[in-house]
Design a protein around this ligand. Structure first.
Ligand SMILES: *Cc1c(COP(=O)(O)O)cnc(C)c1O
Length: 243
């Protein structure tokens, strides 16, 4: 299949998943995960209508941002989806439109500090290790609310929602329970439906509106369970070559 057919197919599947679950198709954003992919393939995707791209390495995001935004301007949106080290925050802060991978207060303080210097507000998601996998980053569900309460105190950070990387599975139905748990956590925070003091704390529940979950193998289930951003790499670009 050509990239055009792949994207068309994915968008149709997202739309069908929305229909099955009574959701609006316009509430779901497709992020093309372009890590390891050359510029010309990102441009091909751009020309097919893609505007959101995900990278997991800061250097790669910065390089691609600088090359492509020169040509296409800020119509290209970049998502830092991989683990973020504190010493890389400074480089990525103004180039990433959304950081999906905040999972510690120390990292958040660095983002706050750099955003404050540049007088910007940085949009972030809290990453949750929803399946408690040793190999994955993210906070546990127990750590989520305490971290959230600390983050909303930081004036140059705006917590836009939650992110998770579900386990690698061949049967996507196996991840439904994790996506469903994510949605419940998301709604609990948004509606302050928790007996944890959130009711007394001001935060902008309106802009807490992003649930980033679902990848090439399981995005249809993720959309059925409420994902507002799906991150798809191989499904759009084909297999990655790490050599
Ligand atoms: C690589 C990656 C993806 C995309 O994975 P595919 O299986 O190729 O769709 C999504 N999210 C994160 C965080 C990734 O690192």
């Amino acid at each position: 299949m050509m990239m055009k057919e792949r994207i068309t197919d994915i968008l149709a599947r997202i739309e069908a998943a929305c229909e099955r679950s009574g959701r609006n198709y316009s509430d779901v954003t497709l992020i093309a995960v372009s890590k390891t992919m050359p510029l010309h393939m990102i441009e091909e995707a751009y020309n097919l209508g893609m505007r959101h791209f995900g990278e997991n390495k800061v250097q790669e995001l910065v390089r691609k941002h600088d090359e492509l935004n020169e040509v296409y301007g800020n119509s290209i949106k970049w998502h830092q989806i991989g683990h973020l080290q504190r010493n890389k925050v400074k480089q990525v802060i103004e180039k990433a439109d959304l950081i999906h991978s905040v999972d510690s207060i120390r990292l958040a303080h660095m983002i706050e500090q750099e955003s404050s210097k540049k007088d910007i507000i940085c949009d972030i998601l809290i990453q949750i290790n929803i399946a408690k996998e040793n190999t994955k980053d993210g906070v546990s569900t127990d750590e989520l609310i305490p971290l959230f309460i600390e983050l909303i105190r930081l004036p140059h950070i705006r917590v836009r929602g939650l992110m998770a990387i579900a386990p690698y599975v061949t049967n996507p139905e196996k991840n439904r329970e994790y996506f469903s748990k994510m949605r419940q956590l998301f709604i609990d925070i948004k509606t302050k439906n928790i007996d944890n003091g959130l009711t007394d704390i001001f935060f902008d529940a309106e802009s807490f509106n992003i649930l980033s979950m679902g990848m090439s193998g399981d995005y249809e289930v993720a959309v059925e369970e409420g994902a507002t951003m799906v991150r798809i790499g191989t499904g759009i670009f084909g297999e990655r070559d790490y050599s």
